[in-house]
Design a protein around this ligand. Structure first.
Ligand code: PMV
Length: 344
């Protein structure tokens, strides 16, 4: 590589929302989950990352988020890169200028580690490809993304992804996610996820701390058994287009995730009063209309409303009329299942 020449790569990667949740890692292992998880890949909530790089006699890292220095992210990235020198040996002879930007509102309380870490890994793999040749392998991208942030491994694939070994899906692995794009009913390929922003505050408990608390949780073993069983039934429902089973598992998983937080030691509550108001109003709406719409929650107070494309108009009108009042600043993001990571 020419000493003074600056090269650039740019990738975008989406956020994802889990249906069966990853909550708990195997102790003493590198980001190996206690149970398999399945998620929808989103389209509007994305991170776009570009890296300008040039030859250097030592490793150099400059990180900007939305054009501004961000010491918290910079430290997280530096730690990840230090641990990944064997995957990216060129890092010792290169200076990186990373610029990252989220397409979703900066303070929406939506976790961006899945989208940002997978976009970063794909940029690094692209630099490797430019320097050493070869192709970008999505399975390897998923594996390296997992090491940066567990759920990031699912973001690289379109539509839906499964992370974690299960007998129900040959080829599945604890080390990387696999695409479910060709194994799901068309109904799920255009599913909507309207993200209702109940609070835009930073999470009070990091997911790293949340996973760690599962190690002393008295219900941990039964949770992992239930999640493994939910995966088997969910994969079947996704294949058949069985919305009733999909809705039952999706809501049960969201409630279990929060129940686990409430019975860890110390315990904590991430739902807010408006989270419950939204859930109750939604359940009433489903009862009255019979529209197959349901909710899920991430590790926070925001509510994800999931529904098939054919009901989009009715559900979105309902959100505007009945639920928007519970959102901070009336904010919600009409997202939909998307196409996974790509080069820009
Ligand atoms: O990838 P992490 O370590 O941020 O954990 C993600 C945990 C949940 O978002 C709550 C569930 C999941 O499977 O995405």
């Amino acid at each position: 590589m020419n000493e003074n020449q600056v090269h650039s790569v740019k990738w975008q990667s989406p956020s994802n929302i889990a249906i069966v949740k990853y909550w708990g890692k195997r102790p003493e292992m590198k980001q190996i989950p206690q149970n398999p998880s399945v998620s929808f890949t989103l389209s509007k909530c994305r991170t776009e990352t570009s890296i300008d790089y040039k030859a250097s006699d030592r490793f150099g890292l400059h990180f900007r988020f939305d054009g501004k220095e961000n010491p918290e992210f910079q430290t997280k990235i530096a730690e990840f890169l230090k641990n990944q020198l064997s995957a990216f040996p060129f890092l010792n002879e290169i200076e990186l200028h990373i610029n990252s930007h989220n397409t979703f509102p900066h303070s929406s309380g939506i976790a961006s580690s899945a989208s940002s870490m997978s976009a970063l890994v794909l940029c690094l793999m692209d630099i490797d490809r430019e320097l050493n040749g070869g192709e970008i392998d999505l399975q390897r991208a998923s594996c390296l993304s997992r090491l940066a942030s567990g759920s990031a491994c699912r973001s690289v694939f379109p539509k839906m992804a499964l992370w974690g070994a299960t007998e129900a899906r040959p080829g599945s692995s604890d080390e990387y996610a696999v695409s479910l794009e060709n194994e799901i009913h068309p109904l799920f390929k255009t599913f909507h996820d309207s993200i209702l922003i109940v609070s835009d505050a930073k999470k009070s408990v990091s997911s790293r701390a949340g996973h760690a608390l599962m190690n002393g949780n008295p219900y941990a073993e039964s949770r992992y058994a239930v999640a493994k069983n939910n995966i088997v039934n969910l994969l079947e429902a996704l294949k058949k287009g069985d919305l009733e089973t999909f809705i039952r598992i999706t809501e049960w998983e969201a409630m279990q995730l929060h129940a686990l937080m409430m019975c860890s030691e110390p315990s904590y509550i991430l739902m807010k009063p408006n989270t419950l108001r939204i859930i109750n109003t939604l359940l009433e709406f489903r009862k009255e209309t019979d529209i197959p719409v349901c909710f899920t929650l991430d590790a926070g107070p925001n509510v994800h409303i999931l529904y098939p494309d054919q009901h989009a108009e009715m559900v979105e009108r309902f959100i505007m009329d009945e639920l928007e009042q519970y959102c901070v600043g009336g904010q919600w993001i009409p997202d939909q299942v998307g196409d996974g990571a790509s080069k820009c």
